[in-house]
Design a protein around this ligand. Sequence first.
Ligand SMILES: CC(C)(COP(=O)(O)OP(=O)(O)OC[C@H]1O[C@@H](n2cnc3c(N)ncnc32)[C@H](O)[C@@H]1OP(=O)(O)O)[C@@H](O)C(=O)NCCC(=O)NCCS
Length: 204
Amino acid sequence: MTLSDVPRVIEIERLAYPSTWPPSAYRKELQDNRWAHYIVLRDKKILEEHVEPSASEAEKPRRFFPLSLLPGRSSTATTSPQLASIIGFAGLWLMVDEAHITTIALHPDYRRQGLGEFLLISLIDIAYTIGARWVTLEVRVSNYVAQNLYRKYGFREAGLRHRYYSDNQEDALIMWTDEIHSPAYRQKFQEQKAALLRKLEARG
Ligand SMILES: CC(C)(COP(=O)(O)OP(=O)(O)OC[C@H]1O[C@@H](n2cnc3c(N)ncnc32)[C@H](O)[C@@H]1OP(=O)(O)O)[C@@H](O)C(=O)NCCC(=O)NCCS
């Protein structure tokens, strides 16, 4: 994620969460927090549909496809293909040897295709790269969808933070993985990652 991605990230965040961070929070994370790692997921097809034509192609009749007609791209922040192609984002902080997932969200039009899982896998890969030994997060007690995703990747409940969410005073479930470098975790993670990549490839 770069600073120029933030307007689109905020749009997706508004669709994904009941309450949101102010734009300045993302800018601060990207500019000032050296322990923060944020990524965006892009739909390559949207970028490809708007590639500048080569000299020979420029002579062919062109078929323009308005970005506003693509799913989920109806707002002002998405008039550029670079921004419109962002369909999800995620982030974590490294705190000593723990990776704390701060956010993970996918545009509603792209859900249930394994892409949220792909974002989580990408975060766990980052956790390996930056030397984390465990991955942890907080999730609303009512957010069964996200909890299912986390459980699939070995996260287990380790307690509650009472009235953690200020918008509705909802409790947060605290979840942790086992040591991600343990042979058992690593092997299962690699198997699940390979299975997901096969599934995504099969779907094109
Ligand atoms: C959580 C979120 C990222 C999941 O994204 P997604 O792309 O729809 O999920 P995937 O298709 O990758 O599914 C991965 C796993 O999540 C769980 N899951 C996803 N959607 C589900 C649903 N509707 N019901 C139950 N479980 C679900 C399943 O365990 C699924 O694995 P499976 O396909 O083997 O059943 C997405 O729902 C989202 O952006 N939610 C709003 C933001 C949010 O709540 N973030 C988490 C904050 S802690």
